[in-house]
Design a protein around this ligand. Structure first.
Ligand SMILES: NC(=O)c1ccc[n+]([C@@H]2O[C@H](COP(=O)([O-])OP(=O)(O)OC[C@H]3O[C@@H](n4cnc5c(N)ncnc54)[C@H](OP(=O)(O)O)[C@@H]3O)[C@@H](O)[C@H]2O)c1
Length: 239
């Protein structure tokens, strides 16, 4: 049976990944900050209808000991897809906190938290679960980045969020090189401008469309794709 581990599985894109993989019969290790709390209600409902295949685990991207604890629990168990989904844009709603990310009024505490969540945590996850991925059939590490991190395609001036995504995309490329000989495929994805808590305002893409697009592509990825940065519709992001 195939297994996916998803971070930030309690809402938005992560929740939809959990729902779709569970529906297709996968074992889902669904990680979130508060599995017992109100924010995981929808995730618990998915788990309740999945015949014991969806496992809720408590994990905070800002607390590496919580990552190590889950890794210790799953030691020796294959994980086909490690899905680094959890991320933050900064304080929300973003339109009320733009100053924190704009030159001249940057809030460095915000930047610190955004970088630790969006850049450090996916790398830490890869370090913590690499043996599980190597032991699996599909051997894939998928990280949600964003086109706003591209040096070529985007000039959005949100310093904290954009740089965190530039850095994590570079980290994905480095991970892909380090793990190439082990047959592990590491990829970065932009999910589109999706209608989640994060993608307010001008978001155009429905959550199920983004996730089914990415899942279809993840299925087809081979070592030829490792280290690349793709959009949910399959285009390569120039970054
Ligand atoms: N939506 C878009 O348009 C868009 C565009 C480009 C890239 N992305 C990327 O797609 C990914 C998913 O975003 P989304 O749109 O689904 O946003 P979202 O609805 O805000 O969901 C973000 C998820 O990340 C979790 N998370 C944040 N900080 C965490 C932490 N310290 N520990 C554990 N979980 C944490 C959240 O948990 P809580 O519920 O506990 O806060 C939530 O489950 C992110 O990496 C984002 O940067 C999104």
């Amino acid at each position: 049976m195939l297994t996916v581990l998803i971070t930030g599985a309690n809402r938005g894109i992560g929740l939809e990944f959990a729902k779709q993989y569970a529906k297709d019969g996968w074992t889902v290790i669904a990680c979130c900050r508060d599995p017992e709390g109100e924010s995981a209600e929808d995730l618990r409902a998915i788990a309740d209808g999945a015949d014991g295949r969806v496992h809720l685990e408590k994990m905070d991207m800002l607390d590496h000991s919580s990552i190590d604890a889950v890794a210790a629990q799953y030691k020796g168990k294959p994980i086909d897809i490690l899905l680094n989904n959890a991320g933050i844009i900064g304080p929300v709603p973003i339109q009320d906190h733009l100053d924190a990310q704009h030159f001249g009024t940057i809030d460095y505490d915000v930047w610190d938290t955004v970088i630790r969540t969006n850049t450090f945590a996916p790398v830490k996850m890869a370090e913590a679960f690499v043996e599980n991925v190597e032991a699996s059939e599909q051997k894939k590490i998928i990280t949600l980045s964003s086109t706003v991190g591209s040096l070529q395609e985007d000039k959005t001036a949100a310093f904290c969020y954009c740089t965190s995504k530039t850095a994590v995309t570079k980290a994905v490329q480095l991970i892909s090189e380090v793990l190439r000989d082990k047959g592990v495929i590491a990829m970065a994805f932009c999910p589109g401008y999706v209608k989640t808590r994060m993608g307010v305002g001008g978001a155009t893409v429905e959550i199920p469309d983004s996730v089914s697009g990415m899942r279809g592509l993840i299925d087809t990825f081979t070592m030829d794709d490792t280290g690349t940065f793709r959009r949910f519709n399959g285009d390569t992001v120039a970054w």
